[in-house]
Design a protein around this ligand. Sequence first.
Ligand code: ZN
Ligand code: ZN
Length: 342
Amino acid sequence: MVIELHQLKKKRTGASLSSISSTSSEELSIPVEPLQKMAPAKLYNELLPLKLSFEQLKQNGYPFWCSTSSQAVFAATANNKKDWAAPNDFYRKCSRCSKGFYLNPDGTANAQKCVYHHRAKWDPLTGKKHLPCCSAKPGPSTKGCLVEDRHVFSQSWEDTLWEFVVSPQAKGKDDHRSNKVFALDCELVHTLNGLEVARVSLVDMKGKVLLDTFALPVFEVISFNSTFSGVTEKDMESAISLEACRLQLFQLINSETLLVGHSLESDLKALRLVHHNVIDTAVLFSIVDPSRSYILKLSLQNLAKKYLCKDVQSEASGHSSIEDSHTCMELLATRHLLSVKL
Ligand SMILES: [Zn+2]
Ligand SMILES: [Zn+2]
């Protein structure tokens, strides 16, 4: 999509929640070369300043590689979320109903009633939270309106840290994968090893889909989370292993490729991949509350509504990793048009 400048002017009138640098409407009336029309090398150089710094990668929980122990390591994030469970730690907390429970000593899970609401959504225009599933008021006191027969969780076994790989190095100066900018998005499903990848998509700045593959989770699937992932059991018929999926990805990216995504650390963790050339739209559009020094990341859905006047992730069939990738690129194009100093 090519964003019209008059649209941007209109949007900027009500813009109150971004770190977008200020640009007057007079400046916006001067045409700027849209990112979608730039040659790949120019696009890369134009966007390189937006990549996360080493500190930002650490602060936002991106994986790092520790060569002495041959494993991925993570700096503790602000909310100190525990992503990895030691071999003797069978305690898990359900990501839907927040109830604590224990896995069996063989790592399996018994059926236990999970009563929950879908996660509350925050509306930046009203500043209020609401539940997308029912009319109950968000908060721990209201009884869930949905029931499943098993709990789900995001923690993976610690052994997984040894399964990480680092994006391949460039093969010389003419490596076609270098100097490229692509949006990456994965759809994740709940398994007995936390969140695993079930679909991987890679899209370029023009919206062309370069990769869209279903990946077969290694552990037993507890929930395909189809409402959000859009992935169903039937999709697994054409799925390939995560390793094969990563090899397909490495045909297109190397460690120099700029990957764009929204909270891409979750996708990289699930892909068991260490990659540091990243533009994260959740960080790029985050809001700093000066009174509490608190950084608020907006959902992709809220950002799309605010800056692209577009409803995403609203299909009855759930999210689409292609749509999400494309939305990240559109946000980046908008951000670029708004921040160009002429
Ligand atoms: Zn539960
Ligand atoms: Zn509900």
